[in-house]
Design a protein around this ligand. Structure first.
Ligand SMILES: [Mg+2]
Length: 297
């Protein structure tokens, strides 16, 4: 990947690279995949036309690389809870309160790989010198439990992601993207936390922020169709060849989500989490108020 050389040259370089790598017809595909290995195969298939280090492989986190061990705190739990806000006695402010509850669940909970070879596949991509990163809808408030669970599951994106600078020196960067919804994002050690904002626009903002040209091709794997569509629209407009996959491995788990069990788990654990917060303070999480049913009367 190359640094932009000032705005004008950068724009020309972007157009040139987009044109040279994609002659007339864009060789781009969107599909479903039930294994992460598809990302490796897709990246390899692009090396006929591009160097590995000019190919960016983007993984989503929740329900793509890792999944919560409990129903509580999972994406499906959050989505289910969000639908309850229209019920009688609940208010729109339910969503921020839910995020607090999810933060507490992240702090206390743990994650498992979606497939046993998840970390090995990521390592293989890195060893073959592809650029590999995580692009997650999680917000930066969840930074610590997120990195803790990545570490625990042997996932390390600090090498061979999009570098912060020419020396491939990694550190954290927090900013408010112009195209976003006024929510701060964090890029650290190859993990980009975009707080529920448009993943295509956010990737674009990160490359601009770091003065990098677009990679010559992008491979993405994400369990959310919306995220895939967003990335597809951004890459399509820019003419970047891509292979985008909606990851389906966790579909049966999310479809069979047990709302009763999740509610029961929250009921069991919420008083204890509240006590921990009262004693130790809100350093690691803030409990919703009231915690029994966040933002409902
Ligand atoms: Mg996901």
């Amino acid at each position: 990947m190359k640094k932009l050389n000032g705005l004008l040259i950068g724009t020309i370089a972007l157009l040139t690279s987009a044109c040279s790598s994609s002659p007339v017809l864009l060789d781009s595909r969107t599909n479903e995949a039930s294994s992460l290995i598809t990302a490796l195969h897709a990246a390899r298939s692009l090396t006929d036309a591009h160097d590995a280090e000019d190919i960016l492989v983007v993984f989503d986190l929740d329900n793509t690389l890792l999944a919560m061990n409990t129903e509580l705190g999972s994406n499906q739990w959050y989505d289910w809870q969000k639908t309850l806000r229209d019920e009688q006695g609940c208010v729109d402010e339910r969503v921020p309160e839910l995020l607090k509850a999810q933060g507490a669940a992240y702090h206390a909970g743990s994650m498992r790989p979606t497939q046993p070879d998840a970390a090995a596949i990521v390592r293989q991509l890195q060893e073959e010198e592809f650029r590999v990163m995580i692009l997650t809808a999680r917000g930066l408030d969840f930074r610590l439990p997120t990195f803790r669970e990545l570490r625990r599951n042997h996932l390390n994106f600090s090498r061979h992601a999009i570098p912060m600078d020419d020396d491939t020196h990694f550190s954290g960067l927090t900013y408010f993207p112009e195209a976003g919804k006024a929510r701060a994002v964090l890029y650290e050690d190859g993990v980009f936390m975009v707080a529920g904002q448009h993943k295509g626009e956010m990737l674009k903002s990160l490359l601009q922020r770091l003065d990098w040209e677009w990679p010559e091709a992008v491979v993405m794997m994400d369990d959310s169709e919306k995220n895939i569509k967003h990335m597809e629209s951004t890459l399509g407009l820019l003419g970047i060849p891509h292979r985008l996959y909606r990851y389906t491995k966790e579909d049966s788990r999310t479809e069979n989500f047990n709302t009763d069990l999740a509610a029961q788990q929250w009921e069991q654990v919420a008083p204890a989490l509240k006590t921990i917060e009262d004693v130790f303070g809100s350093v690691n999480f803030t409990m919703p108020s009231p915690y029994s049913d966040p933002a409902c009367n």
